[in-house]
Design a protein around this ligand. Structure first.
Ligand SMILES: [Zn+2]
Ligand SMILES: [Zn+2]
Length: 354
């Protein structure tokens, strides 16, 4: 089968590889859609997250098949699988976890103790084990999730990045009626904003330096859309929310979006870090402690895929515009590189049938 394999920095190849039969606890899927993610670009441009020595759980080293935001149709079922049959549509939760350590057993398998690799390789399919940019993939049954009735494969693949945002909202403790600022309007910022609106935030401010991205936010129905290179985001927010917003979501991963998050949040409010950021400068005493901020963090997600699939299924018109382009496997490398330059794309999907 055809697969998009990463060997290291700026070395991605579309190759013909064999796929084994699924293990007893696995299903084999024909991949239908697989989103390209900013972290795929990091892997491509800086070999980020890739195992250079055998991964502690998967035993794999590069080359690895990329892709962690995917959905597909079950074509083979392992002998011990009871919940899936050939023809079922599934979304893949692409985490790798041992299932046995204290974090796994307490439900926090996104912090599995056994996947802390010395080389920084992570606990995701598409980085530390073969992922979804291929014609077929084998998936552990515990990480396969039935697509709800009426939800297509594209939106099934959107479940993964949306789950990142869902986990951020959950960990922020956002409650209905609280106002929100989302700093950074990439795919994670936009899904965070959509979920905050669904969760009952009366005002959802979205800030980004790219007008193209802000146009997308407008297309999604957001009106409080701000460009910090052209206007004073803090002043505008405080016109309607004099104390600041209750919860800010840092989805940009840079100093400027972090600083803005601190500025626009009300005293005793919450600053939720959703993006992985570069090292940040922060004066904790003046800018955090004296403000009474709660700073919360999030990494991947746990036990939420079925909930998120349900949310997407019930609000399809809000999520559908996020898919902006579809490419075949042969064009995956161009698609990954384009993430760095083409801000008009929100979610580019690889469709192996194209
Ligand atoms: Zn991703
Ligand atoms: Zn574990």
């Amino acid at each position: 089968m055809k697969a998009v394999r990463i060997y290291g920095q700026e070395d991605v190849r579309v190759e013909d590889v064999a796929i084994a039969d699924p293990k007893p606890n696995q299903v084999q899927i024909k991949v239908k859609d697989c989103g390209i993610c900013g972290s795929d670009l990091h892997a491509y441009s800086a070999a980020w997250g890739l195992p250079t020595q055998p991964h502690p759980l998967t035993g794999k080293t590069v080359p690895i098949t990329l892709g962690h935001e995917f959905s597909g149709e079950v074509v083979k079922v392992g002998s011990a699988v009871t919940d899936f049959k050939v023809g079922d549509g599934i979304a893949v939760e692409p985490l790798i976890a041992c299932g046995k350590c204290a974090n796994c057993r307490s439900g926090n398998y996104n912090f599995c103790d056994k996947v802390v690799a010395e080389d920084g390789a992570g606990n995701f399919l598409g980085f530390s084990d073969d992922g979804g940019m291929a014609e077929y993939a084998n998936i552990d049954d515990v990480f396969a999730h039935h697509l709800p009735e009426g939800l297509d494969y594209e939106l099934g693949a959107i479940c993964e990045p949306t789950s990142v945002s869902f986990e951020g909202i959950k960990r922020s403790g956002l409650r209905v009626g609280q106002n929100v600022a989302v700093l950074g309007a990439g795919p994670i910022g936009l899904t965070t904003a959509i979920l905050a609106r669904i969760a009952g935030a009366p005002r959802v401010y979205i800030s980004d330096v790219s007008d193209v991205r802000l146009d997308k936010a407008r297309e999604l129905g957001f009106t409080d859309v701000l460009n910090p290179t052209k206007e004073d985001v803090n002043a505008i927010i405080r016109k309607d929310c004099p104390d600041g917003v209750d919860v800010s979501f840092e989805c940009g991963g840079v100093q400027a979006t972090f600083d803005t998050a601190l500025q626009v949040t009300r005293r005793n409010g919450t600053v939720q870090l959703v993006a992985l950021s570069k090292p940040l400068n922060v004066n904790f005493t003046d800018d955090v402690i004296m403000q009474g901020f709660t700073i919360t963090t999030t990494l991947a997600y746990e036990n939420c895929f079925d909930t998120v699939l349900g949310i997407i299924a019930a609000n399809q018109d809000q999520f559908k515009p996020l898919v902006t382009k579809k490419l075949g496997l042969d064009d995956a490398i161009e698609g990954i590189k384009a993430l760095a330059t083409d801000k008009s794309q929100v979610k580019v999907m690889i469709d192996p049938e194209l």
